[in-house]
Design a protein around this ligand. Structure first.
Ligand SMILES: N[C@H](CCC[C@H](N)C(=O)O)C(=O)O
Length: 305
C-alpha cells in the first residue's frame, strides 16, 4: 500500500476519457491489473485509459528523451496494456500540465515524451471542441508526427466481423490502425468484440480498427474499436489514421502535390480538426477537459507493487 494518499484526476478529449495520475518522480508501480482496476467503470474510477504524468528522467522509457522533453506520458489502455501513443490523451495530458502551472499558452510548442517518441503540444485555447466540454479551456493542438503507410504485404488488410468483411488500409501513427471505409457506420454493428484483422502478421501486437464514412469534401466521420479498450467515443491517433487514409482515397498526398490537406473528423464524442502537410507532419486540434480531481484511498489501491 502506498505510504501516502495518491492524487488522481479525470479528464477527456472528445469523450475519450482517462484517469490521470501525477507521479513526477515515478514512485508509483502500476501493474496491468491495477490499471484495469482503476479504469473499471463500476468498481474503479472508470476510463478508456490511464495517463501517468512522470518526468522523463524518472522512467526508463523516458531517459533517452530526457534531454529533449521534461515530461513523459506513460499511457496505458483500459485493460492495462501499454500503447505507444494516445492522441486524445496527450491533449488531456497537456491540459493537466497547464492546470498544474507546469506549462502556459505562451510556451508555444511543448515537447512531450511518449513510447512513440517526442510529440509536441500547443495550448491554443481557441475552442474548436464540441461544446459538450463545458467550454473548459478550449483546444489543444498536437503535432502527431507523420503517418506511416506500410507498402507491400501489410498495406492492405481485411477486417472481419461475423460474415461481413471489409478491405482496410494499414496506417501507423506510432500505434497501429486498420482503417475500413463503409457507406454507413451502423454496418459495423455493436462492436462488442475486437474485429478480426488479417493477415494477422500485419499486426503482431493487435490493432485499433476504424470504420469511416465520408460526409463530404474534407469531412469524414468514424467509429473505432480500440486495442485494449473496446469501442470508445473517440480515438485521436485513429482519427489521424482515418484522415490520412481518406486523403489518399481522395487522391491527395501532400508529400507528392506539395499542398497541405485538412479534414474535419467527426467522432461519436465530438469533432477533431486534422491537417497533413507536405513534410508529412500530421497536426490535430481538439478539446481537452479536466473533469474532476480527488484522492485514491491507499487501502483500495492495495500494496505497492
Ligand atoms: N488503444 C490505443 C491507444 C490509445 C489511442 C487513443 N485513445 C487515442 O486517442 O489515440 C492502442 O492500443 O494503440
Amino acid at each position: 500500500m502506498p505510504s501516502r494518499p495518491v492524487p488522481f484526476l479525470k479528464g477527456h478529449g472528445t469523450e475519450n476519457d482517462f484517469v490521470i495520475l501525477p507521479d513526477p518522480l515515478g514512485g508509483l508501480r502500476l501493474s496491468a491489473a491495477t490499471v484495469a482496476r482503476l479504469c473499471d467503470r463500476r468498481a474503479g474510477l472508470g476510463g478508456d485509459g490511464l495517463l501517468r504524468v512522470v518526468r522523463c528522467d524518472a522512467i526508463p522509457e523516458g531517459r533517452a528523451l530526457a534531454g529533449r522533453a521534461e515530461w513523459f506520458m506513460d499511457y496505458r489502455n483500459a485493460d492495462g496494456s501499454l500503447a505507444e501513443m494516445c492522441g486524445n490523451g496527450i491533449r488531456v495530458f497537456a491540459r493537466y500540465l497547464e492546470r498544474a502551472a507546469l506549462i502556459r499558452p505562451e510556451d508555444g510548442e511543448v515537447p512531450i515524451g511518449t513510447r512513440a517518441g517526442i510529440r509536441h503540444v500547443r495550448l491554443t485555447g481557441t475552442g474548436s471542441g464540441d461544446g459538450a466540454d463545458g467550454g473548459d479551456g478550449g483546444a489543444v493542438t498536437v503535432a502527431m508526427g507523420a503517418a506511416r503507410l506500410p507498402s507491400g504485404p501489410g498495406e492492405s488488410v481485411t477486417v472481419t466481423i461475423g460474415d461481413r468483411r471489409w478491405p482496410a488500409r494499414h496506417v501507423d501513427m506510432g500505434n497501429p490502425h486498420a482503417v475500413a471505409f463503409v457507406a454507413d457506420l451502423a454496418e459495423a454493428g455493436p462492436l462488442l468484440e475486437p474485429p478480426a484483422v488479417t493477415p494477422a502478421a500485419a499486426y503482431p501486437h493487435g490493432t485499433n480498427v476504424e470504420f469511416v464514412t465520408r460526409r463530404g469534401p474534407g469531412h469524414i466521420a468514424l467509429r473505432v474499436h480500440e486495442r485494449g479498450s473496446g469501442e470508445t467515443r473517440s480515438c485521436g491517433t485513429g482519427a489521424c489514421a482515418a484522415m490520412v487514409a481518406a486523403a489518399r482515397r481522395d487522391g491527395r498526398d501532400p508529400a507528392a502535390d506539395g499542398t497541405s490537406v485538412h479534414y474535419t473528423v467527426d467522432v461519436p464524442g465530438g469533432r477533431l480538426e486534422i491537417s497533413e502537410h507536405p513534410d508529412g507532419a500530421v497536426e490535430m486540434t481538439g478539446p481537452a477537459v479536466i473533469v474532476a480531481e480527488g484522492i485514491l484511498d491507499p487501502a483500495w489501491l492495495g500494496p505497492a507493487e
